[in-house]
Design a protein around this ligand. Sequence first.
Ligand code: ADP
Ligand code: MG
Length: 408
Amino acid sequence: MQTTRRKCGARAVTLVVLDKTGTVTTGQLQVAQLYPAPGISQAELLANAISLETPSAHPLAQALVKQKVSDENFSVKTVHHFKELPGLGVQAQVENDTLYGGNLKAMHAWQIFVPNGENLVQTAAGQGQTVLFFARGKQYLGAIGFSDTVKETASQTVALLRKQGIQVLLLTGDNEPTARYVAAQTGITHIQAGVLPAQKQQVIAQWQQQGKVVMMVGDGINDAPSLAQADIGLALGSGTDVAAATAGVVLLRPDLREIVTTITLSRATLRNIKENLFWAFFYNIICIPLAAGVFYPALGWKLHPMLAAAAMSVSSLCVVSNALRLRFFKPPFTHKEITTMHKILEIKGMMCGHCAAHVERALNALPGVKAKVDLASKTATVESATDVADSVLIEAVQNAGYEVTAIR
Ligand code: ADP
Ligand code: MG
């Protein structure tokens, strides 16, 4: 955890505002479903969407860029005059057409008619998907549904914050049905959806005016202004540099439970400071008058200079050892290893228990990887807290003398 600047101690936080994409969810979106308009093929919709989104850094755009267009009649083209409207969508020029992509609000603003748009948003949200709409000129091309996964630690974090009497709010630029789906999965009861990046900052300012001490947690894609506005801006380690620059606290791991650690550690630190003040004053208030002989005439009490010097040191010792107790600070939850990657490798060439053990050793030697080989099915189950590229796994197996035939 790295602390750079703070306007207010995390101990006083009464409201934690969570950004959705990339904060409560992993932000590793995937294209889940294509809804082409009548007369438009899936490949045509996809090729246009990919061409348009290639220059964007948004997780939705990155999910598209990973897709391949299978139909060779439609190819990905280079776009010009690319323009991004944060929280709404993107537009760009390709050949003689303008391509548009974004949410329903953006489509309305561009005056592009989307048949059944609201229904599509609802249907997609029911499956936890976010939907984007695409058009070429005024012609509607169709919609694409994206799936995202809620982080494993999200509901535990929300529950822990609640237990400490802290309110939790999900603040997102995404549509309300999708936000509701994520909120329901994590136990969040308050949401504000369809909020543009600039409005997110205002939302936080309004809560502050109502007397809340606000901690904003985000990944920095479109939320740097609100990270700066909040009393405590907390940027997740996986986020952008701009988030790290505007936030007061930067978590080096994207584990949401570190929010709870930050607040609890801050509270423990303040309690410790108060205890230290007590110990420092307790000795001094009693011993200084005693050493000065104030009580001597009336009660006959005095303090030998040597004892006074010792008391001075004991007071410092108390303060320092009390402060050192913070080294034993434990967050109010157990840090179980979280697995975010789960892959099954099909392996050719393993004949006996020795071969299986050899492959298992080779995979387990990779940093952070936990592997188990099953000889009967000729597969290895590989888990890790962080993503490990297929190529790394293939190479490790190859170096052990075997061949990966498929990865599931
Ligand atoms: P969040 O609050 O969930 O992190 P953002 O503020 O980053 O969301 O984006 C809000 C919405 O704006 C997205 O759900 C999407 O509809 C739209 N949007 C943002 N960037 C893009 C993009 N590159 N292409 C299309 N739509 C986008
Ligand atoms: Mg975001």
